[in-house]
Design a protein around this ligand. Structure first.
Ligand SMILES: NC(=O)c1ccc[n+]([C@@H]2O[C@H](COP(=O)([O-])OP(=O)(O)OC[C@H]3O[C@@H](n4cnc5c(N)ncnc54)[C@H](OP(=O)(O)O)[C@@H]3O)[C@@H](O)[C@H]2O)c1
Length: 313
């Protein structure tokens, strides 16, 4: 990619797509192609083909997807597997047939087995059963990885697949039920502070350990790999550091300044006990995360306060 390459960012209004767009703009890439869902529904193949035939992008960041937390995955399994399969099939196939030079497909570390070795190396893919609460989404993502590898093998199409860990930052979805754990916690502590509630109840025991990467770090990693990585094997993107849900909740409580009680509802599911990605491959390639969790959370909460009237929910 050079500064004048024609680059399509699919999903540019989302958490990841908006961060990639922001970063490319700061790096003075000047031919950035975006379409809102209302302009281009990526589940409609004919529309996707027409878009690629007319616009002929040279590079593609595939950051469009149906994404959500445990509750959303549990409630809308059909949409999670259908929409993600349709979106990635249409874009990867059209990108190949209309001469895209390189495509970066965004998967997620939820593709790895529920009881994968920790930290999770890329090689543990398809070595055990998945976490049931998000298997619909995970299966779609695994199909996307295999499609990229198959198009590279049969057609020599330069598609790479990157597997980010849990992400957070500005532009996230703060819906109380459908959001991921981190933005949901920010929202709940903030609302409890505003409404002077005596306590905030968090799902589970608080003991599961998670890794969180700020989305601005992810954006730099995606552009770095688009520029420097041309292999079929998947690459994890993370910080290599983990925190318990209890520690995360306490950190967010302090950053929001909520004075009430923090309670854990142990009758609710915990999900995967531990989820830490092995980032040694990416480190060897020359990239490392720069934003630590506390700074990232403070930045995200400031953004939330400044955008309360138009947050996604
Ligand atoms: N969030 C995370 O923690 C996380 C972690 C690891 C990997 N990832 C990966 O990163 C990628 C992006 O996730 P995200 O967190 O940025 O999700 P997101 O914030 O929900 O953004 C997804 C974007 O895709 C667009 N989209 C969805 N269906 C569409 C359709 N049918 N037609 C056109 N646009 C459509 C959405 O448009 P609207 O704005 O109109 O809804 C939205 O802008 C996904 O592949 C996901 O697997 C995310």
């Amino acid at each position: 990619m050079n500064k004048h390459s024609k680059i399509y960012v699919a999903g540019h209004n989302g958490l990841v797509g908006s961060a990639i767009l922001r970063y490319l703009q700061t790096q003075n890439f000047d031919q950035l192609l975006v379409r809102r869902r209302a302009e281009l529904d990526l589940t409609r193949q004919a529309d996707v083909e027409e878009f690629f035939a007319q616009q002929r992008p040279e590079y593609v960041f595939l950051a469009a997807a149906k994404v959500g937390g445990i509750h959303a995955n549990n409630t809308y399994p059909a949409e999670f597997i259908r929409d993600n399969l349709l979106i990635q099939n249409h874009i990867i196939d059209a990108a190949y047939r209309f001469g895209v030079k390189k495509l970066t497909f965004l998967g997620s570390t939820c593709i790895y087995p529920k009881l994968a070795p920790q930290p999770m190396p890329e090689e543990c893919l398809l070595t055990g059963s998945l976490e049931p609460t998000n298997e619909w989404y995970a299966i779609a993502k695994i199909a996307g990885i295999k499609m990229c590898q198959a198009y590279r093998k049969q057609y020599g199409f330069n598609a790479i697949s990157v597997m980010p860990t849990n992400l957070y930052g500005q532009g996230d979805n703060f819906h109380l039920e459908n959001a991921h754990v981190l933005p949901a916690l920010i929202r709940r502590f903030h609302d409890a502070k505003q409404q002077k509630l005596p306590e905030v109840v968090v799902w589970g025991t608080g003991s599961p350990r998670r890794e969180f990467l700020h989305v601005d770090d992810l954006a730099t990693a995606c552009v770095f790999l688009m520029q420097h990585y041309d292999q079929p094997e998947i690459v994890n993107i993370g910080t290599g550091q983990e925190v318990s849900i209890r520690e995360l909740a306490q950190l967010i409580k302090d950053i929001v300044g909520y004075q009430g009680k923090l309670i854990f509802d142990e009758s609710k599911p915990d999900g995967t006990p531990r989820k830490l990605s092995d980032v040694s491959k990416l480190t060897q390639l020359g990239w490392q995360a720069q934003i630590n969790l506390e700074d990232g959370l403070k930045h995200t909460y400031q953004w939330f306060l400044a955008n309360q009237n138009n947050i996604r929910e």
